[in-house]
Structure formats: structure tokens, C-alpha cells
Design a protein around this ligand. Structure first.
Ligand SMILES: Cc1cc2nc3c(=O)[nH]c(=O)nc-3n(C[C@H](O)[C@H](O)[C@H](O)COP(=O)(O)O)c2cc1C
Length: 383
């Protein structure tokens, strides 16, 4: 157990006595994402990349990924010709054995990459090279000069996942239309119209998704390989978070204030495997699913590699539109990961396609800034 003495914490049994002022508590906060990225920017160039290209890849890396594993890699083939791949050591075999979520996450990374490149005056040609979901190399990318796109990159920088404090107000039709807008000029595959189906939380389908999500979380919390995998991706201490720069931190799991201080100092891998942690996880999920506007279920025609990548892009496209509407989207993938699984869900909801995303959706009163960490580019770029 690592105890940070500067925190002046005395830990007695289950109780925590905090000695010191608020100022002390602030100095014991989590790892600051902006400080790390400012430090990275001062570091040396990566061979084969211009400063502008590094900026494009940094923005791409702000994409969401399951457990924040950041499963993407970028191989520099030649100037402005890259191959985006997937890193085996950042897969989640216990909850995502087919790499479905890896490919969705890589799709989200590519959406950011394409937008950032367009803002810098490039057009991007994408072509899928992977033949299997376990291939190392996934998408071939070529940048060529194009027109400059007017898009506020702040939207990429300020996007984040939020899981708590949702209002239970239903999502307005105008907001739903805006969020699920699909204005793509480029496609790897055609996106079904409509591709997003909204179910208010009080509707029978909303209730089905609430109960199904609770059940799937219970199953997953009791499934040791899944819980061990989760434990491997939680960075409880600041030291671990700063070293790894991926995974979930207390801040990104919204464990803040005194609770955050406590877990940063006293929790470790073993805590995640304890009975009480598993039970608390399920209790949190029950609270979450009871309070939200509803659910957005996204379907596709099939689950081919190109389709999963496209639907990762579609997902990120939606996420880049929600903050301005004070809407939060919380992916809750456990129902898709546990039995009876995706076919049964589509059937129960009366949807014809394959379910790729189950998203809890709700309005927020205030929108906090992003906190999840990202690895430095040097850890994902292969030269
Ligand atoms: C494919 C995929 C699946 C996800 N599943 C879940 C989930 O089941 N529960 C959850 O709380 N967050 C889920 N997330 C959100 C990630 O945990 C989040 O993106 C990651 O921790 C990085 O944080 P950020 O989105 O704030 O940058 C998922 C994200 C992706 C891309």
C-alpha cells in the first residue's frame, strides 16, 4: 500500500481523518492532463513527422476508447503515408474477445484524425487493410493537400465521458436530430438511416435497457477474468497514472474530493477484486441507469471491419456535437459483452440491424473539463 505522506492522512480502519486545510487537499489532487500534454509539446520531434502532423495525431489520440486503453498505433510508412494499427497489449480479451470495441475505438481515433487533418488543409484517403479483427495493421492513411475545413478543434479537446449527475429530463427532438445528424462526405461503408434509435428511460424499451444493463454488470462483476482485466486498467495512484498515461484514473471515474484522495492513496489492484468493490460497482450502475433522459441504441447492417470502423467514426461525430447542447453520452457496453448478447437485444428492441452501441444519454447542468490521460505520441508512433 502506497501512502503519500504529504497528504497528512491518517487511515484508521474504514475511516479517514483528514488533517490540514483545503490547500493541502488540492495539492493532493489527481494527475493534471493539461500539464502532461504541455510537457509533451516541449519534447523533441518524432522522426518522420512535422509539428503539424504531430498536432493532428495528438488530437486523434483524444478519442474515447474502452477502459481508455488507447489501442491505436501509427506506423510512418513515408511522409504523409501512415498505417493505423492496433496494439495487442492494449486489447481487452476478457470483455472484447473479437476486438469489436478495439475497432470502434480506432474508428473514433480516425474521426478525430480526419477532422484535424482537414482543419490543417489536408484531405485524407482511408482504406482498410485488415483482413481479420486481430490484424496488427488496420487502415492505410494518405494525406494530400485539400481545402481548409472550418471546424472548432476545441470540440475535440473538450470532449469527455461523463457518467454522473444526469438529469432525468427527456432528450428533445431537436437535440436528438442534431446529435444523430450524419453529414459524412466520405464513407468506408454506407451508414443505415436512421442509425440511432432513442428510447426514453420510462418507456418499456428504456426499462429493458436499465434492467439488462444492471444484470450484465452483475454478471461482469462476478466474472473474474473481466474484473481482473478491469483491475489491470485502473491507475489508482498518481505515480501509476503518470507512468502509464492510459487506463482509468479516480478522476476519470469521477471519484473526486475526499473519496478521490482516499482511493488514490489506499486502493490497489486487489481492491478491485474484493467483494465490496464489485458490489459498489453494481450499486453505482443501478443509480446511473435510473437517472437519465433515455438511451440511444446505434445499429449497423453488419459487423465487418470497415463497418465497425465507420461506426466508431459515427460515434465520435455524435460526441463532438453533444457538449454544446449540454448533453452527456455514456456508453454502457456490458449488455453487448455478456450473454444473451447483441442479437437478443436487437430482437427485444425490434431493431433490424446489429447493435453496435448502447448509450445512456442525459442533460447536464454543468459540463466538467476532460481529465482522462493520454499516452505521449512517442508511445503510439512506430517509425
Ligand atoms: C468502445 C467503447 C466502449 C466503452 N464502454 C464504456 C462502458 O461500458 N462504461 C463506461 O463507463 N465507459 C465506457 N466507455 C468510455 C471510456 O471509458 C472512455 O472513453 C475512456 O475512459 C476515456 O475517457 P474520455 O472519454 O473522457 O476521454 C467506452 C468507450 C468506448 C470507445
Amino acid at each position: 500500500m502506497i501512502v503519500d505522506r504529504r497528504c497528512f492522512l491518517r487511515y484508521v480502519g474504514q475511516g479517514v481523518f483528514l488533517l490540514g486545510s483545503l490547500g493541502v487537499m488540492n495539492s493532493c489532487g489527481g494527475v493534471d492532463r493539461d500539464r502532461l500534454s504541455a510537457r509533451d509539446q516541449k519534447q523533441r520531434q518524432i522522426a518522420g513527422l512535422t509539428g503539424e502532423e504531430m498536432d493532428i495525431l495528438y488530437l486523434a489520440s483524444l478519442a474515447p476508447s474502452s477502459h481508455n486503453t488507447q489501442p491505436w498505433t501509427v506506423r510512418i510508412v513515408e511522409p504523409q503515408h501512415w498505417i493505423v494499427g492496433s496494439a495487442r497489449e492494449r486489447w481487452l480479451p476478457a470483455v472484447d474477445p473479437q476486438n469489436r470495441e478495439v475497432l470502434l475505438s480506432i474508428g473514433a481515433f480516425l474521426e478525430n484524425l480526419v477532422i484535424a487533418a482537414e482543419v490543417h488543409g489536408y484531405a485524407v484517403d482511408l482504406s482498410v487493410v485488415a483482413k481479420s479483427t486481430s490484424d496488427k495493421e488496420i487502415v492505410d492513411i494518405r494525406l494530400r493537400k485539400g481545402s481548409v475545413r472550418d471546424f472548432p478543434l476545441e470540440k475535440i479537446k473538450t470532449r469527455r465521458t461523463i457518467r454522473n449527475n444526469f438529469s432525468d429530463r427527456e432528450i428533445g427532438a431537436d437535440d436528438l436530430r442534431y446529435i444523430t445528424l450524419h453529414d459524412k462526405r466520405r464513407h468506408l461503408v454506407e451508414v443505415m438511416r436512421p442509425h440511432g434509435f432513442y428510447f426514453p428511460n420510462r418507456s418499456p424499451q428504456g426499462k429493458y435497457l436499465q434492467e439488462g444493463t444492471i444484470e450484465a454488470n452483475k454478471k461482469q462483476a462476478l466474472r473474474d477474468p473481466a474484473q481482473q482485466e478491469l483491475a489491470n486498467w485502473i491507475r489508482w495512484s498518481n505515480k501509476d497514472a503518470e507512468e502509464q498515461r492510459n487506463g482509468l484514473t479516480p478522476d476519470s471515474m469521477e471519484i473526486t474530493g475526499i473519496a478521490g484522495l482516499f482511493v488514490r492513496n489506499f486502493y490497489d489492484r486487489k481492491s478491485v477484486l474484493s467483494k465490496s468493490f464489485r458490489e459498489t460497482t453494481v450499486d453505482k450502475v443501478i443509480k446511473q441507469v435510473r437517472t437519465c433522459g433515455g438511451w440511444l441504441v446505434v445499429t449497423s447492417r453488419d459487423s465487418r471491419i470497415e463497418t465497425l470502423i465507420e461506426y466508431g467514426m459515427v460515434f465520435e461525430g455524435m460526441l463532438l456535437r453533444i457538449r454544446e447542447r449540454k448533453v452527456a453520452i455514456h456508453p454502457m457496453t456490458q449488455m453487448l459483452e455478456e450473454t444473451p448478447g447483441r442479437d437478443a437485444i436487437a430482437k427485444e428492441l425490434g431493431l433490424s440491424g446489429e447493435v453496435q452501441w448502447i448509450l445512456r444519454i442525459g442533460y447536464l447542468n454543468s459540463y466538467p473539463d476532460p481529465v482522462s490521460l493520454r499516452m505521449p505520441l512517442s508511445r503510439l508512433v512506430i517509425t
